[in-house]
Ligand binder design. Structure first.
Ligand code: SF4
Ligand code: SF4
Length: 412
């Protein structure tokens, strides 16, 4: 398929250039969890690009392809970081989903995303789920309709507006909680805020913050994503902070990259982006020396895709873990491959998701680790669930929880 043949107006010239950059070498096969599971080339980056080129040329009717093969993708972007030709699959996959949403509709998933992107809808739905889980025992079990278990109290409702710095104040930082930590794993947000405070940050938690918009953006629901992103940019810029941080790699990845495509004001985006700091890098800058006590643990690290592949962050979390007294660090095989969570992928492709996370847990146990550290609450939720279902002897926590456990004077 030649470059000249791609005249169709379905995709703009930027996306056509990306499609043309693919040399069909197949290097991306080895890092694609879905291809590794299925052996189906049409589910690899190479195969999907081939299909999109055929659609752009008018050789295939997109309604006959459907959006299924593009939905059965974790959006992990391992294909992008490994591609020798520099194909930006992150740009292509989102445009493809946006195209399918517009041309053939986004179905129940798109409708649900549009509804929950409205102010307060998601917290209200979660509150209903929380009540149902209280009333119906075992509802959140493996066989239950509604799992995993929601937090007893949602974190944003519980946190104060400001947590003061301990000792000399170095920075005023705005903390973005993220939906998984807010509704399910409160302990991650609490640990991150306590570590920041102990290291000299005054932590501001703007109560007007909403979902970062990644689920809507990733499914091509741009209006919903834009509404959420705009709200977050406004409330965090109003907070007058030096930096904006999050312990959720997915939300941080959105701030670092996706907001550039979503926010319609360049000035507003640049002001916001200039304040975003990846949290592990900030922790290293603040320094942990002399502030930790030993707690023995054999720990491995799972690279959350939105840290490793979206933000290029993989050294800093490992550096933190290796600094922690008592930690025996073990590197696992394929640490940089997705855990199988993939946001809505785990809901709509549960079988694939479970098999991919099973491989991740096996690799962690095989390297002799008893605990897994990760930087995304979504990965942690997924891996914890699979470990519990399979009764595997491995705990999964956020890297900052390992720091928090070792902070002298902070205690539990
Ligand atoms: S590695 Fe890159 S160039 Fe090679 S097939 Fe995959 S997307 Fe195309
Ligand atoms: S984003 Fe991940 S799952 Fe999707 S094609 Fe690339 S490597 Fe495969």
């Amino acid at each position: 398929m030649g470059k000249a043949a791609l005249k169709n107006k379905i995709f703009d010239s930027e996306i056509l250039d990306e499609l043309n950059r693919c040399s069909a070498c197949g290097t991306c096969h080895s890092v694609c969890p879905v291809y590794n599971l299925t052996g189906d080339d049409s589910l690899s980056a190479r195969g999907r690009i081939h299909i999109l080129k055929a659609i752009a040329e008018g050789e295939i009717d997109s309604s006959k392809v459907g959006r299924g093969i593009f939905d059965r993708c974790l959006l992990c972007y391992a294909c992008e970081t490994t591609c020798p030709s520099g194909v930006s699959t992150s740009k292509i996959w989102i445009k493809a989903r946006e195209y399918f949403s517009r041309s053939i509709g986004s179905g129940v998933k798109g409708e649900a995303l549009r509804v929950i992107s409205k102010d307060k809808t998601l917290p209200r739905l979660m509150a209903v789920g929380q009540m149902a889980q209280r009333i119906i025992p075992g509802m959140h079990s493996r066989e239950g309709v509604f799992r995993p278990k929601l937090a007893d109290r949602f974190l944003l409702d519980e946190l104060p507006n400001v947590v003061p710095a301990k000792g000399e104040k170095k920075y005023r930082v705005g903390y973005f909680v993220g939906c998984v930590s807010n509704f399910f794993l409160s302990e991650i947000g609490i640990a991150a805020i306590e570590v920041l405070s102990a290291l000299g940050c005054e932590v501001v938690i703007p109560k007007g913050q909403v979902c970062c918009g990644a689920p809507a953006f990733n499914n091509g629901e741009m209006e919903a994503a834009q509404r959420l992103a705009r709200r977050n940019v406004e409330v965090f810029l109003e907070a007058g902070v030096d930096y904006i941080v999050s312990a959720d790699a997915t939300c941080g990845g959105s701030f670092a990259h996706e907001y550039k495509q979503i926010i319609d004001s360049v000035d507003l985006y640049e002001e916001f982006a200039s304040k975003y700091r990846e949290i592990h890098g900030l922790i290293l800058e603040l320094g942990l020396e002399g502030k930790l006590k030993p707690v023995p643990a054999k720990v491995t690290y799972h690279d959350s895709c939105h840290l490793r592949h979206t933000q290029g962050v993989w050294r800093a979390p490992r550096e933190i873990l290796k600094t922690l007294p008592g930690v025996e660090f073990r590197e696992m095989a394929d640490a940089d491959l997705c855990c199988g969570f993939g946001g809505s992928f785990s809901l709509f492709h549960g079988g694939d998701s479970t098999r991919i996370s099973g491989d991740k847990l096996e690799n962690a146990i095989a390297c002799g680790a008893e605990e897994i550290a990760a930087g995304s609450p979504g990965c942690i939720l997924k891996l914890r669930e699979e470990a519990a279902v399979k009764n595997l002897p491995v705990k999964v926590k956020h890297t900052l929880q390992f720091v928090r456990e070792r902070m002298d004077g902070v205690g539990h």
